[in-house]
Design a protein around this ligand. Structure first.
Ligand code: MN
Ligand code: MN
Length: 351
């Protein structure tokens, strides 16, 4: 849908935007999961005759999908974000690589319903070495570190650019030590900050265009519609940016992106956090908010405010402690710690 004028960003309250972003992430995850791994044609076919006067689009939180979810249930995108957010809050607002790694590892031990291959492999690496940073790999350009970055964006709202990048990488490199993932993640945090600080549509677009011009893999503005986006971070963000900039409401953005199918829970989650930060919580359709798992919704709202509070301290001065803690240079595996690790139970189950 082409739009004549850029959509206005009318809510002025940071807290309302932060809650919009966090609930938007969860809503997008729960909505998209129903059609994850389907093609746009399969989605049209499946939803064409579902309800009278239905237009063949998936637009309600009904659960199901390949994970056979309950309506309102979320997946790894939201679960890893909440785990990371808790770790940041436990560290007084700092993004700590080791604390992030432990949080993700504890989440993996809870036998989550889904987990990305790269996440699983590199958390096993962490269990075996104690090093909370995966080996750098050009192959680890999946969207797994970007889908969970919202707590970092909320906790770093008043940071300078160097600290923002360091904070993103501290959590991201636990599982995805890859320059394309870094570029996409740092760009998305910048866009979330523009939205949370009541910036302009033009500034948002400039940030997304800058990513495209610096990393041609991300080309989104003049390339054809990204349908069936894969878990490759460039495909994921292409779909998200195309949907976000082509629509003028939270609801139309999310419906646009999840009906592209592919990694739809993750495009839904990322589009949900961006659109939620821009349009604010009040623009999330009530039917979606009501459908969302109540405990998850409450945790999202609580973390949104708590993380925002962490970021509002005065501008950093040189005497301050560092605001994020990079992984130690040397491994510090405790004696005998390897024997505590159970074998990976997800080896065959994840796609
Ligand atoms: Mn997921
Ligand atoms: Mn996914």
């Amino acid at each position: 849908m082409p739009i004549a004028l850029p959509p206005k960003n009318e809510c002025a309250d940071r807290s309302e935007r932060a809650k919009g972003a966090y609930l938007g992430l969860a809503v997008g995850d729960a909505l998209g999961a129903t059609v994850e791994f389907l093609t746009p044609g399969e989605i049209r076919h499946k939803f064409a005759n579902r309800f009278a006067n239905h237009d063949g689009k998936h637009k309600d939180i009904i659960g199901g999908g390949w994970l056979n979810l309950k309506a309102g249930q979320i997946t790894d995108d939201t679960a890893m974000s909440l785990a990371l957010g808790e770790a940041i809050l436990m560290n007084g607002g700092k993004v700590d690589a080791l604390a992030s790694a432990h949080a993700f590892d504890n989440w993996m031990r809870s036998k989550p319903i889904d987990i990305g291959n790269t996440v699983r492999r590199n958390l096993i690496h962490f269990r075996q070495t104690g090093i909370p940073a995966a080996p750098a790999s050009e192959h680890d350009a999946g969207n797994g570190a970007v889908m969970r970055l919202l707590p970092v964006a909320l906790a770093t709202l008043d940071y300078d650019a160097i600290d923002i990048a360091a904070a993103f990488k501290a959590q991201a490199h636990v599982t995805h030590n890859n320059p394309l993932s870094d570029a996409g993640g740092i760009c998305l945090i910048n866009m979330l900050h523009i939205a949370l600080q009541s910036g302009t549509w033009i500034a948002l677009k400039a940030a997304a265009k800058a990513l495209e011009s610096q990393n041609p893999e991300y080309a989104w503005s003049k390339t054809k519609k990204q349908e069936n986006p894969s878990g490759y971070v460039a495909h994921t963000l292409q779909a998200v940016f195309q949907a976000f900039f082509a629509t003028d409401s939270f609801e139309s953005c999310l419906i646009n992106v999840v009906n592209r199918g592919g990694d739809a829970d993750t495009t839904g989650a990322i589009a949900g956090m961006l659109a939620g930060a821009w349009y604010g919580e009040h623009q999330i359709p009530p039917r979606w908010k009501i459908a969302l798992d109540k405990t998850i919704a409450r945790r999202c709202e609580e973390q949104a405010d708590a993380l925002l509070a962490c970021s509002t301290s005065a501008a950093r001065n040189p005497q301050d402690e560092p605001r994020c803690i990079a992984p130690p240079v040397k491994a510090s595996v405790q004696a005998g710690s390897q024997s505590r690790f159970s074998p990976d139970p997800y080896g065959q189950s994840a796609p």
